[in-house]
Design a protein around this ligand. Structure first.
Ligand SMILES: [Zn+2]
Length: 282
């Protein structure tokens, strides 16, 4: 049919369609320049999509098993991730201040994962995805400088990220998010921190003020007033045990690195640092 129409007709149709008022009671018509530019955006998008069709197939989505296996949160045990594109890398390089880093990293994790409910993602799993994205995008060799625990000498090390051990949770673990506190001798049921909780955990003092958020119930009591009241009045030992149960889980990537010092030959161990070369090719 369209061959019977002149190019002017087609242009008119294209220009008119978006001008139909969204709300019939609204007096002002939509301004045409905006309507046109959104039309252009759509056709630009279509053209790009067709040009990049083959690339889309070649962006390798890889399925990774999540360390918590979703047993504490939503039951989602794996997620598909893809390496960074040039656009992702630009977003990454836009980090100017340390305070921006958290949000930008979250954006990247969301962009490079498929069908992920980001807010439900256990923090342990988010950290794991971050390491996997690094591995996929820039390879698994990661250069670090490690200080010897004994003599303080700097040691240049290359860590093979894909060789780091991972602790996976099992269904059995999901049933054990209960702990008996030593002093009060009451049982507390708790939950693991997820990505949407990160805003409560940026500073140590925030962490203590927000501990109640991770408590489901104390000896069956679910009321916030009771949970907060209990935490503020029980012993420091109880709180330390509770905090450690919630935040120091064993699950996830094991990032402690052992090495033998070049200077004094003693055994050393460090927590793997995230340095400026983390998101870069080694
Ligand atoms: Zn040494």
């Amino acid at each position: 049919m369209s061959e019977n129409k002149s190019i002017i007709d087609l242009a008119r149709e294209a220009g008119n369609a978006p001008e139909a008022p969204m709300n019939p009671h609204h007096e002002q018509p939509a301004p045409p320049p905006q309507a046109n530019s959104s039309q252009e955006d759509t056709s630009l998008k279509d053209t790009l999509a067709s040009l990049l069709e083959k690339v889309e197939d070649k962006i390798a989505w890889v399925s990774v098993d999540l360390p918590t296996a979703g047993v504490f949160t939503n039951g989602v045990g794996s997620v598909e991730i893809r390496p960074f594109t040039f656009e992702d890398e630009k977003i990454l390089r836009s980090i100017k201040k340390v305070s921006d880093a958290g949000n930008i990293i979250n954006t990247l994790v969301s962009r490079c994962t498929k069908n992920l409910n980001f807010d439900d993602l256990a923090l342990t799993d988010k950290n794991y995805i971050l390491f996997k994205l690094r591995e996929l995008s820039y390879g698994s060799r990661y250069d670090i400088e490690a200080e010897c625990n004994d003599c303080g000498a700097g040691n240049k090390l290359t860590v093979e990220l894909d060789k780091l051990p991972v602790n996976y949770a099992t269904l059995e673990d999901s049933r054990s998010t209960k702990i008996l506190l030593p002093d009060s001798e009451v049982e507390v049921e708790y939950t693991v921190p997820v990505a949407s909780d990160e805003k409560f955990l940026t500073k140590t003092e925030d962490l203590m003020d927000n501990l109640w958020r991770f408590v489901k119930n104390i000896a069956g009591h679910k009321e916030r007033m009771i949970i907060q009241g209990f935490i503020s009045k029980t012993t420091a030992k109880d709180v330390t045990v509770l905090r450690s149960a919630i935040f120091n889980t064993d699950f996830g990537l094991q990032t402690r690195v052992n090495f033998i010092c070049n200077e004094c030959q003693s055994d050393s161990v460090i927590e793997l640092p995230i340095n400026e070369g983390f998101f870069d090719v080694s």
